[in-house]
Design a protein around this ligand. Structure first.
Ligand code: ADP
Ligand code: MG
Length: 156
């Protein structure tokens, strides 16, 4: 299997059944990403965006623990390449993305991971790899048998 197989699989969507599964998928994805890349992770709170970022970071050799950036909106890690994790959730409507000076930190080779990409349209272009995450509940109408929800990741 070539490394790019994962992109084909993501076109039709992949399911994971635990946070560990999602991290393992992120590690696999990290190996298939181009040298400089930006990934936009769409989806509501709790769908697994940060979990996927942790897996991608691991796959890129980041040894520090990746946590959600808070005060600065983004964090920088060093692995086999520069790794930037932006969580635009708390970006204020009055705050321009330019004021964060993200571009200044994109030293090649880099990988930029963006949570809440709808909040930063200026950072998204046709080269951005766009993934949509969602949760599929096993039995939405009937009784909840305790089966864990399936997390879906699809390239859009
Ligand atoms: N299949 C799965 N994939 C990702 N996270 C999962 C999965 N199953 C359960 N979880 C849990 O769901 C939560 C997802 O949180 P997080 O990754 O922070 O989401 P987001 O960044 O999208 O708000 C974590 O607590 C994680 O352990
Ligand atoms: Mg998050």
């Amino acid at each position: 299997m070539t490394e790019n197989t994962i992109f084909h699989e993501l076109e039709s969507g992949l399911s994971t059944h635990s946070a560990e599964d999602t991290m393992a998928l992120g590690e696999r994805l990290a190996r298939a990403l181009p040298e400089n890349c930006a990934l936009a992770l769409y989806g509501d709170l709790g769908v697994g965006k940060t979990t996927l970022v942790k897996g991608i970071a691991k796959g890129m050799g980041v040894e520090q623990t990746v946590t959600s950036p808070t005060f600065n909106l983004f964090s920088i890690y060093q692995g086999r390449r520069q790794f930037l994790h932006l969580d635009a959730y708390r970006l204020k409507p009055t705050q321009s993305i330019e004021s964060l000076m993200i571009d200044d930190f994109l030293e090649p080779p880099y990988c930029l991971l963006i949570e809440w990409p709808d909040h930063v349209p200026a950072l998204i272009d046709s080269d951005t790899v766009k993934l949509k995450l969602s949760i599929v509940h096993p039995n939405p109408s009937g009784d909840n048998s305790g089966e864990p929800a399936e997390h879906r990741i699809q390239r859009i």
